[in-house]
Design a protein around this ligand. Structure first.
Ligand code: NAP
Length: 476
């Protein structure tokens, strides 16, 4: 398309979801060489269903991981440059349809992540006391849609899975809640954790220690919790399957194995009030109980040559553990979005390298990035390379199409529908208020313990503070 360098065409881009995937995409769009070289101009709207930005960093990273939470600072800097405009409290699919957005935007990027739990397909998951990890994570991270209270009423609890989420859940269940006093955990959640009856957390992996998905740093951290003893449960059957470290091909596996062997062979002798027990080669087959979980049963497994697991049946009975709660941490799933092609088997938006596709054919103007594009694996930094690929395709497509030149956008759509929204300035007000409350924070014994922020958990209060208006009727 011929371009007038004095007045390059303007394209409007909407990004749905303001977690790292959405924000990195916004940043890469604005830095793209086609923009820098004035081949085209872009305006980017980040549209978020929550009143606040940052997605999984705010509502998925555990409060005792300030280093990872610190990624917020760089995301803040990107949004503060106003290269993308934040609009919160507007739900794609519920408040706005795809067609409505398509009328005004030349490209729409879905960056909605993966917030649901993958289903553990065994009997007993309907019992009281059986939880998906994501609900517990939402609770301790103060998500506005999570319940205010969590029933931490069992002494022995099971965590199923051997990923970093399983370790987060195990650590938060076992940790002394006093150690959270300087974190951003909301006060009522810290009190809930202080009332917990949990004494022992039992973590079950279906494969062996060398195939665990958790990362070495996070594993070692489990052993650094004051008053928590880590026990590696290795009976004759499982011990005989522990690999020779020399045969391991990845650094992660070697480091994990070294830590686990250390704990197995030299169990730490520490004063403890709680313990975390790590079991390997245990595949869950059922949870049992009348109406509440009372126990969990596992078949013993061996790793098959292809890296999967096979049940060991002959001569090796299944094993049942008495537990009063189960947390299933076997991975996340993305939710399908209305009228956006979804690959149900893969749990992602159907896409070809970031271009949304239907039955293998790209759908013009629609893109995906982050976990909803490739599935819920990888650390936060991985979303950058992902965003780069999607942005490259998007920009190449824009360069050969005419802009819609619509005068409407998310704000005019919201206004027409009388939908209140939160803006970047509104978030800055809420951010400031949370930080102010954090400075005034006292721990449960009344001792002054300032922290980076105290998170507000009520959607209504968040919207109200963001509005900056005393009646809070019209947000912005
Ligand atoms: P994950 O790393 O994929 O781990 C899922 C675990 O569940 C695996 O151990 C898997 O075993 C197991 N599993 C799957 N299906 C199962 C079944 N039917 N029965 C029993 N076990 C089953 O997922 P995640 O823990 O949800 O983490 C998602 C991503 O977020 C990861 O990239 C993770 O590193 C990242 N994350 C990072 C941090 C951090 O602090 N750095 C914190 C949280 C999350 P198999 O391996 O045998 O399939």
């Amino acid at each position: 398309m011929p371009v007038n360098p004095q007045n390059p065409p303007l394209y409007k881009i909407a990004i749905i979801g303001s977690g790292p995937a959405g924000i990195y995409t916004a940043e890469m769009l604005s830095r793209h060489q086609a923009v820098v070289q004035a081949q085209l101009q872009i305006s980017v709207d980040l549209i978020e269903q929550l009143p606040t930005p940052y997605g999984l960093i705010r509502y998925g990273v555990a409060p005792d991981h300030p280093r990872i939470k610190g990624i917020v600072d760089s995301l803040h800097r990107i949004l503060d440059k106003k290269e993308a405009r934040f609009t919160g409290s507007v739900r794609f699919g519920a408040d706005l349809t795809l067609d409505e957005l398509r009328d005004h935007y030349d490209a729409i990027v879905f960056a909605t992540g993966a917030a649901k739990d993958a289903a553990l397909d065994i009997p007993g998951t309907e019992l009281r006391g059986f939880f998906g990890a994501s609900s517990f994570v939402s609770w301790y991270d103060g998500h506005p849609d999570a319940p205010a209270e969590w029933p931490l009423d069992a002494e022995h609890v099971a965590v199923v899975g051997n990923g970093n989420v399983a370790l987060d859940v195990a650590r938060m269940l076992a940790k002394d809640p006093h150690d959270l006093s300087t974190t951003e955990v909301p006060a009522h959640i810290q009190r809930g954790l202080l009332d917990s009856r949990v004494k022992a957390v039992h973590v079950f992996g279906r494969r062996g220690p060398a195939d665990a998905k958790f990362t070495p740093l996070e594993l070692r951290e489990l052993g650094e919790q004051a008053g928590v003893k880590v026990v590696v449960e290795a009976d004759e059957l499982t011990r005989s399957q522990w690999p020779d470290p020399a045969t391991l091909s990845t650094n992660q596996a070697r480091q994990n194995l070294a830590t686990l062997e250390q704990w197995r062979d030299n169990p730490p002798e520490i004063d403890h009030s709680r313990s975390v027990h790590l079991y390997f080669f245990h595949t869950p087959i059922s949870a049992e109980g009348e109406d509440t979980v009372r126990s969990m049963t596992f078949t013993r497994t061996v790793a098959s040559p292809d890296g999967h697991t096979e049940g060991v049946t002959e001569g090796v009975p299944s094993v049942t553990y008495s537990v009063g709660q189960v947390y299933s941490a076997i991975g996340y799933r993305s939710a399908p979005l209305p009228n956006v092609p979804f690959d149900a088997a893969g749990g992602v938006i159907e896409n070809i390298d970031g271009r949304v596709s239907a039955a293998g054919v790209p759908v013009q103007g629609l893109y995906a990035t982050g976990w909803i594009k490739r599935g819920p694996v990888g650390l936060i930094g991985h979303t950058k390379s992902d965003a780069k690929q999607t942005v490259e395709h998007l920009m190449n497509d824009l360069l050969v199409m005419a802009p819609k030149n619509s005068s409407g956008d998310i704000r005019s759509l919201a206004q027409a529908k009388d939908l209140p929204w939160t803006s970047w300035e509104g978030w800055l007000r809420l951010d400031q208020e949370e930080k102010r409350q954090g400075e005034e924070h006292r721990d449960p014994s009344g001792v002054s313990k300032p922290r980076s922020r105290t998170k507000e958990t009520s959607r209504h209060v968040m919207n109200h503070i963001a509005s900056g208006k005393s009646d809070g009727t019209s947000w912005s």
